[in-house]
Design a protein around this ligand. Structure first.
Ligand SMILES: Cc1ncc(COP(=O)(O)O)c(C=O)c1O
Length: 473
């Protein structure tokens, strides 16, 4: 395959060379109608690329031209049988994977630390979840072990789909190859949320990705590669998932007006990874190692050595600073760092997460270290730790809860009731409570403590009230 080509760019360039009269969407007409002011100059170049499904530019939902070729080139690089570009992020990919493989009432096994989009997929598809508990270490969710997967199939032998997230937000990778073999031995399908792992497999300094052993997997190229937000992809491996149903699912969850700047960005990232993937991922690992080494002199960081005994590998481009071990409150620390111009990806109870992407420059290591030194030297403040995440008590399926009559109530009054919506801090987007789960005392206590510590939750209304089902069980 000619990985030097950029099929979508080539078609857009050809289109731009002709003198055209713009009598179609988008209304800005290639930028001529942009709002006057800041937007005019800032968006001018992008607006020229912001095209629509004209015959020569192909159609994402039914590709036969440039988009089809660009997707084939991406499939070649990621060893997939088919690759689908996602213009609504991995969130849409997760929805499509579940809709394509689960019918209403069918069981799906998943670790409870899945991203919110998985719970939304359950509400849409009517699939019924059986969760695997994910252990915590240092207050951080680990991942699932092959042993836990085996046990889940013993408890639920009728399950035909397993949903796995690897790596997790903190870069903790499961044994995907071993898990894939177990899932397959039960005749089940493996859906892999690899939103955080598109760069894995390109550098020997990072854990290998066994993602090609999944039946379907999603990757957010805007997270760990250099695509525009929310550019992502869904890869299909093998033929065990019905391709037509998958395409229908993608049409269901993606906009009918795909963004060409996003598609162009995915095309460009694919070519870069085809030729320079090893360098891109290798440099990420190298820059992260410099940051990790410098930070570790001041504060404890999560290392692979700690994870190996529990069976996990670490994507070292994620630098998790274990502030609670140093007696520093992560929430206060994150606010102080932001005042110093250092913005982190995630603040967890007891930890801060720095993500090193292709755009990080090592000259900034010094700046991070200077800022962290001021934290490390401060009189240790009592770390505001949160209790372990409450165990999920599932009463209704997410779909039943979604379609229930519901109302918002104050947290105190919600105790014992059933949640009608997902409540999750974002990032990481892992629900504290999912639709259909009981709002236990532990959930309310966690929410109150976390809100006091400064964690913002999606799913509560403006007055911190929670949506509950109007049924009693
Ligand atoms: C594990 C995981 N899966 C899926 C998603 C959704 O990805 P996107 O932002 O590309 O929609 C996220 C987002 O943070 C995530 O953390």
């Amino acid at each position: 395959m000619d990985q030097a080509r950029l099929p979508i760019w080539e078609q857009v360039k050809k289109y731009q060379q002709k003198d055209r009269v713009w009598l179609h969407f988008p209304g800005h007409g290639g930028g001529l109608g942009l709002p006057v002011g800041e937007a005019t100059a800032a968006f001018a170049e992008v607006a020229r690329l912001d095209l629509t499904e004209l015959p020569e530019l192909d159609d994402l939902h039914s590709p036969t031209g440039a988009i089809a070729e660009a997707q084939e080139l991406a499939a070649d690089v990621w060893h997939a049988d088919k690759t689908y570009f996602l213009v609504n992020g991995s969130s849409a990919g997760v929805l499509a994977m579940v809709l394509a493989t689960c019918s209403p009432g069918e069981l799906i096994l998943a670790p409870r630390n899945a991203h919110s989009s998985f719970y939304h997929a359950l509400a849409l598809s009517g699939a019924v979840p059986r969760y695997l508990t994910v252990a915590e270490q240092n207050g951080l969710p680990l991942n699932v072990t092959p042993k836990a997967v085996k046990e889940a199939f013993v408890r639920h032998p009728q399950a035909r789909v397993f949903f796995l997230t690897s790596p997790g937000y903190n870069g903790i990778c499961a044994e995907v190859a071993e898990i894939a073999a177990i899932v397959r031995s039960h005749g089940a399908l493996l859906l892999l949320d690899e939103a955080h792992g598109a760069h894995l497999g390109f550098s020997r300094s990072l854990p290998v990705s066994a993602g090609h052993l999944a039946d379907l997997r999603v990757q957010s190229w805007h997270k760990t590669l250099a695509a525009l937000t929310p550019g992502a992809v869904l890869h299909q491996h093998g033929v065990r998932v019905d391709q037509h149903r998958l395409r229908s699912a993608l049409q269901l969850v993606q906009t009918s007006s795909p963004s060409y700047p996003l598609l162009l960005s995915l095309d460009a990232v694919r070519r870069e990874m085809a030729f320079c993937g090893e360098a891109v991922a290798g440099e990420m690992a190298e820059k992260a190692s410099q940051l990790r080494f410098a930070v570790a002199k001041l504060l404890p960081v999560l290392t692979e050595t700690e994870l190996a005994p529990v069976g996990f590998r670490l994507d070292t481009t994620r630098v998790t600073i274990l502030t609670s071990q140093a007696g520093i409150c992560s929430f206060t620390a994150a606010r102080r760092l932001a005042q110093l111009g250092i913005d982190l990806e995630l603040v967890q109870a007891g930890a801060l997460l720095a993500v090193v992407g292709p755009g990080f420059h090592v000259k900034n290591v010094k700046r991070v270290v200077t800022a962290l030194s001021s934290l490390a030297q401060q009189k240790p403040e009592k770390s505001r730790a949160l209790p372990p995440l409450p165990q999920a008590d599932v009463v209704l399926s997410p779909r039943e809860a979604f379609y229930c009559a519901s109302r918002y109530v104050a947290l105190q009054d919600a105790k014992g009731q059933i949640a009608a919506a997902t409540v999750a801090s974002y990032p990481p987007g892992m629900p504290l409570v999912a639709p259909g789960e009981r709002v236990t005392d532990d959930v309310v206590t966690y929410l109150q403590l976390a809100s006091r510590a400064g964690v913002a939750f999606r799913g509560l209304d403006g007055e911190d009230r929670i949506k509950i089902c109007k049924v009693e069980k």
